[in-house]
Design a protein around this ligand. Structure first.
Ligand SMILES: [Zn+2]
Length: 505
């Protein structure tokens, strides 16, 4: 494990040692203000992190929401808790700017991933400062006395420190900083802080749909997730969609003795292996007919951004112990702008010391297809199902009876999910170009990607009809979703400057 982290840190240190001096006046003002208020910023952060925030813990979620609303009110920002029945509250806040002609909505979430406290080095809701990363023998240290500076490489350990309470603290500190500097917002500003993102946002779309006017705006800024692994600022213009397809190939009615019936009764594990092998070539190119037909090609500016993304593939291969990659030589940054077809898992009979000499009764594979802009989830799932038929399978969507099974040489049960389409805000929209300019004036040259590899629901687009752009601030090595989650303080300081710049655009 140690080697793993050393590789990461050498990579990060080598590429991001230079500090950038903002040309953005609000970011610059935020830097000066922060240098004199570090203890107060961290104190407010620690108090928020000390409130347990697992989405299912309704009582503490309410305490979080009320605390954040109070933090907004303390700054004179009108706040309220907005929810639908059974939903955790979205904390809403608003800064109205006289004469403003547009509204920017800043999104973050205050709930954290579920956890097992036994796995943590220090309790997850007792925020703990360490002098460096735990994996590099970071030691617990007390907060420095007021007036003493914090070492920016120190890390604060707590659930949600990075994912995703840090942006909330950064936004509010940025509000303090720009006001102290006498700077004004130019747009109307709204804040939307969700309390069940880590539970899959089960009520966000409903909450927004029931309060469309309240959350209406011209741009939805998603402040969540980590920076690029090089520690450069990342700007994400979307995410891939997803659709899942589960395939069960049926064999004999029950497991058969492999000696008595081997090479007579067809083996469903072999049939499934052949079927899966027919779906992709050796370069990872998907062979399902029409799979790539509907893809919206990248624009010139998006292609350039992909080409300009740092080449970290050799480092990643060393880190993951990979001897090869798919894609026929294409970089990871380009491959995530294309769809993928992946086997999530496979099962048939038993293996290892549970293995028995049988012909299995069935073999199952679970696939996920990551979609890009233009692809419809259901249509794509149907293309996969057509492909399965073309390989000679009779496809059913539930357990068939004896008659169906005996009438067809090859039978597969195939079930697909509803899926989620991809999101891609065009990089050449005027608002996209403005965000890029403002972010780079605060943080230096950014890594810009048309979409991330992962999937999130496009609530801003689908429910509110506005473009969304992702602006993360967390360190890439923050252990988010795992134990010992942490935030590197320099990321918080940079985040404050970034938010100051965005709040004044
Ligand atoms: Zn998050």
């Amino acid at each position: 494990m140690k080697r793993f982290f050393i590789v990461l840190n050498v990579l990060a240190a080598g590429l991001a040692a230079q500090t950038f001096t903002p040309t953005n006046p609000a970011a610059l003002a935020a830097r000066g203000w922060r240098e004199h208020h570090e203890r107060a910023i961290v104190d407010e952060f620690v108090a928020l992190l000390a409130i347990p925030d697992i989405a299912a813990d309704r009582a503490n979620i309410q305490r979080n929401a009320e605390t954040i609303a109070a933090m907004l009110e303390k700054r004179g920002i009108a706040a309220k808790l907005v929810s639908v029945p059974e939903g955790n509250p979205v904390v809403f806040g608003e800064i109205r700017t006289p004469g403003a002609t547009r509204t920017i909505v800043f999104y973050a979430h205050y709930d954290g991933q579920p956890l097992d406290p036994k796995e943590w080095a220090t309790p997850p809701f007792t925020p703990t400062l360490r002098d460096k990363q735990l994996e590099r023998d970071g030691q617990v240290i007390p907060l420095p006395p007021p007036g003493q500076p914090f070492d920016p490489e120190w890390r604060l350990y707590a659930r949600a420190a990075a994912d995703d309470k840090a942006p909330i603290i950064a936004m509010l500190a940025a509000v303090d900083a720009i006001r102290t500097a006498g700077l004004n917002t130019k747009s109307n500003i709204k804040f939307a802080f969700e309390g069940e993102e880590e539970a899959g946002s089960p009520n966000l779309a409903k909450t927004l749909a029931a309060n469309k006017q309240l959350f209406a705006g011209d741009l939805w800024l998603v402040c969540d997730g980590p920076l690029h692994r090089t520690r450069r600022q990342l700007i994400q213009f979307g995410g891939r969609g997803i659709v899942q397809v589960d395939i069960t190939v049926l064999g004999p009615r029950g497991e058969l003795h492999s000696g008595h019936y081997g090479n007579w009764a067809p083996n469903p594990a072999f049939l499934l292996a052949k079927l899966l092998a027919s779906m992709k070539d050796d370069n990872g190119h998907v062979l399902v007919e029409h799979f790539y037909d509907d893809i919206e090609p990248l624009s010139a500016i998006e292609k350039r951004a992909v080409a300009d993304a740092p080449d970290i593939d050799p480092q990643l291969m060393r880190e993951f112990w990979l001897g090869s990659t798919e894609g026929g030589g294409k970089k990871l940054s380009e491959l995530i702008t294309l769809p993928s077809l992946n086997i999530r898992g496979m099962a048939s009979s038993r293996v290892g010391n549970q293995a028995s000499n049988v012909i299995p009764a069935s073999a199952t594979a679970s696939l996920d297809v990551r979609l890009v802009k233009g692809m419809d989830p259901q249509k794509t799932a149907n293309l996969v199902i057509d492909h399965i038929r073309k390989q000679g399978f009779f496809v059913v969507d539930r357990e068939p009876g004896a008659a169906v099974r005996m009438a067809h040489p090859k039978v597969a049960i195939v079930v697909s999910g509803k899926g989620e389409p991809a999101v891609r805000t065009p990089m050449d929209l005027p608002i996209s170009q403005e965000v890029i300019r403002v972010v780079e004036s605060a943080r230096g040259p950014a890594v810009k990607i048309p979409n991330s590899g992962g999937t999130g629901p496009d609530v801003a687009g689908r429910v509110l009809g506005m473009p969304s752009i992702g602006i993360p601030i967390g360190n890439h090595d923050n252990n988010q979703h795992s134990y010992n989650e942490n935030l590197r303080l320099q990321n918080l300081w940079d985040g404050i400057e970034l938010m100051a710049a965005l709040l004044t655009m």
